[in-house]
Design a protein around this ligand. Structure first.
Ligand code: ATP
Ligand code: MG
Length: 723
């Protein structure tokens, strides 16, 4: 790209920012106004026009993927590569510094990064070694404490806890944990940032070296920086005054992880920065943009921005009120199919949800519709660790020969069965040509196991037998629930606390729901127990590989991971009170505002068409729940929204007062029935249609009968009557 092209594709304000003489600058602007574009062009400008060596440029992005993209975009626009330029996340850059200067940072050359699972395990050990009561001092809480302090830049000796005995204990844990890490050469995530900060603090010469080297610093998504990141930047960039940050206070969504919106104003003051505001949005149609703008005005204490577009009004936002969660998922897959048939690409479609557990039903609907999909930044439902753990218990109960499941759970949760004991069992199985389970039994009978592990292995065997005994007469969902509760898995994940653990518990609950709605295929029903059938279904779904990298595919992701991205077609699902916003945030204004910002982020990902969906009833934790629609939907003015409702809908009538654009949903492949329709069966009486599958003579409907519960029926034989 030559210089004129570099500037031609920008508006005046963007150009001002890109071509400004070096100084500290804040580019403050709403979603889709070209902040990231400005950052990329600024780098290209610095290299091409100001002849700044890439070696002198440091650019901070929010994710590793964004870093790779930024590098690619800059290289493309300058038509060469940018060796020597540092692009990465705060953590990535800190890690790089520590590797290069491990001695000054007082780390062994071979130091390893500790992920949060490992960190938790370490802290647990420390709590035990200090002979503290683990119930009173949960490791997870200590981990929060330690990471929080590190994020604030505090070491144990900086913490004043003279008069607070509780805090004294936490400080003690922090200190012992840190000593253990230091001895072992381990560095946790928060430590990366703190160490890098201290590295400069304690080595003024090194700091000066980097201050002189990085004469140009750029930061994207600045609204989500925390205290230690700010301090680090302050140290590196303030002296020479060439820092450009871009951000949007309305898109700050990591407050729960210590991010501080106030850093934006603080930067302006500390760095005496000039503020440039961008006001034109290039991403979305006017309807989408104005709807998002209207939503966000419900927040207080905003820095205030205007955002407009030259784009047409475009299509209205579609709001779909689903009868239940299955209907919601099916509606979405139907619309995506239509999108594909209209000649569009699947790559252009994103499904956004509040929490990971919500992906399961969407995945199922997409699989059924044969639409390839990819989960962005995460695993598919049946591939998630906690789900595999729970399934492994069910599998072993179902089939003792399942060695893989045996290996997976023999020591999960930990029950003191180490590698040594396991090797003995494996050897025995090998020499006897038996399964691991049988080898276990044999060794117990022959007294071939030593001391502590003998006891633990016996206990494990008894646990499995007991679980089987207790659960054989239960329904599939009760069985799953029983196993999750009594295997120790639930307690294990509960003890972890925090966001990741909460997501795991949510997934386990979702597994129970999956079991409660799973229906055996009548053709194989005779031969398989419901459990076997379900386990097969789970393996098949997990085995179905993700769309490969080059195949075009629908993108599924949480709202959080959609930050910075854009897609022509976007669905935001589960827009219900209690889901989004979540129950807890509804009661706390600070959290509620963060949820609203998250909704703003979600809506502003859409370029051409946005669907918002919610379900009138939803199975959660194996129970039918009725939720009101999300308040965020009500905060969007009616004129931007069209409601799509099913004809003959029999679910609770709603009085939204909105113009209702009623369309007829396809009847299920000539069955003549619709989701939510009331029907009559000669033997089972009255019921409501919940689901359907198959075509032609094979088509089946799932009906919830008032007196007989849910059943799958082959339409051709059931002689259902619509009522
Ligand atoms: P977010 O707040 O979501 O991170 P952003 O402010 O970083 O958004 P970009 O992603 O940089 O916005 O830009 C949004 C879209 O608008 C992109 O597709 C970008 O290429 C396009 N765009 C930005 N500026 C212009 C312009 N001057 N002319 C045409 N298109 C533009
Ligand atoms: Mg951006």
């Amino acid at each position: 790209m030559d210089v004129s092209e570099l500037l031609d594709s920008l508006n005046d304000k963007q150009r001002d920012a890109v071509a400004a003489p070096s100084k500290n600058m804040l580019v403050l602007a709403g979603a889709g106004s070209g902040k990231t574009r400005v950052l990329v062009h600024r780098i290209a400008w610095l290299v091409q026009v100001e002849q700044i060596s890439p070696h002198s440029i440091l650019s901070v992005t929010f994710t590793n993927k964004a870093a790779a993209e930024m590098r690619g975009r800059v290289e493309q626009s300058i038509g060469g590569n940018i060796h020597g330029m540092w692009v990465g996340t705060f953590h990535g850059l800190a890690h790089r510094l520590l590797r290069m200067h491990f001695q000054e940072a007082k780390l062994p050359q071979t130091f390893q990064v500790l992920d949060s699972d490992d960190q938790l395990r370490m802290i647990k050990r420390v709590v035990r070694s200090l002979q503290l009561d683990e119930k009173k001092w949960p490791a997870k809480q200590a981990m929060y404490y330690i990471n929080g302090k590190k994020d604030e830049g505090l070491r144990p000796q900086h913490i004043d806890c003279q008069f607070d005995p509780t805090e004294q204990t936490f400080v003690k844990i922090y200190q012992t944990y840190q000593e253990t890490c230091d001895r072992a050469g381990l560095v946790d995530f928060a430590e990366l940032l703190l160490r890098a900060h201290e590295l400069w603090l304690n080595n003024p010469i090194l700091l000066e070296h980097y201050q002189q080297r990085f004469t140009r610093i750029l930061v994207d998504e600045f609204q989500d920086t925390n205290a230690i990141q700010y301090a680090w930047l302050n140290m590196l960039g303030k002296k020479h005054g060439n820092v450009m940050i871009v951000g949007d206070d309305d898109q700050s969504i990591y407050g729960w992880r210590g991010a501080k919106i106030e850093n934006i104003q603080r930067f302006v003051k500390d760095f005496d920065a000039e503020t440039i505001r961008l006001e034109q949005n290039y991403r979305s149609t006017a309807n989408i943009l104005n709807a998002a703008n209207a939503l966000i005005t419900n927040n207080n204490n905003r820095l205030g921005k205007d955002l407009w577009t030259e784009d047409d009004a475009g299509e209205t936002i579609s709001l779909y009120t689903a009868f239940n969660e299955i209907d919601e998922a099916r509606f979405i897959s139907g619309r995506i199919k239509q999108w594909l048939e209209d000649g569009n690409s699947l790559d252009d479609v994103a499904l956004l949800y509040r929490s990971n557990a919500q992906s399961r039903l969407l995945e199922e609907a997409l699989l059924q519709a044969r639409l390839p999909y990819r989960i962005y930044g995460g695993l598919r439902f049946f591939e998630r660790q906690e789900i595999k753990d729970a399934l492994a218990y069910l599998r072993l109960i179902n089939n003792r020969n399942d060695d893989a499941s045996f290996e997976r759970i023999i020591n999960t949760p930990t029950r003191g069965i180490g590698n040594k004991a396991l090797t003995l069992i494996r050897d025995c199985a090998r020499s006897q040509g038996s399964t691991l389970w049988d080898a276990c039994i044999y060794m117990i009978e022959q007294n071939e196991l030593a001391g502590r592990s003998a006891k633990s292995i016996k206990a494990f065997v008894e646990l499995i037998l007991q679980l089987e005994d207790d659960s054989t007469n239960l329904n599939l969902d009760q069985q799953a629930n029983h196993v999750i509760q009594h295997s120790g898995l639930k307690a294990m994940y509960q003890a972890e606390k925090g966001e990741r653990a909460a997501a795991r518990i949510e997934n386990l609950n979702e597994l129970v729901t999956a079991c409660s709605t799973y229906e055996v295929d009548p053709e194989v029903e005779e031969e398989l127990t419901p459990l076997t059938a379900f386990l097969t279904h789970a393996s098949l779904e997990a085995g179905e590989s993700q769309a490969d990298e080059y195949e075009s595919a629908v993108q599924l992701m949480t709202l959080h991971s959609a930050k910075g991205l854009e897609f022509p077609l976007v669905f935001i699902v589960g827009m219900e009170e209690g889901m989004f916003p979540s129950q807890q945030s509804a009661e706390d204004i600070v959290r509620l505002e963060e949820e609203r910002r998250l909704c703003y982020v979600g809506m502003t990902r859409a370029m051409k068409k946005l669907y918002l969906t919610h379900a009138e009833s939803r199975r959660l934790y194996g129970q039918e729940k009725y939720h009101r629609q999300s308040r965020f939907l009500k905060e969007i003015p009616d004129k931007f929204i069209d409601e799509i409702r099913m004809k003959n809908q029999v679910a609770k009538p709603k009085t939204t007062g909105r113009f209702s654009n009623t369309i007829t949903m396809e009847t299920f492949e000539n069955t003549g029935f619709k989701l939510g329709q009331r029907v009559m069966h000669q033997k089972f009486g009255e019921g409501v249609v919940l689901n359907f599958e198959g075509t032609g003579a094979q088509s089946r409907v799932q009906v919830n009968f008032e007196a007989h519960g849910t059943k799958w029926l082959v339409v051709a034989y059931a002689r259902l009557e619509a009522i």
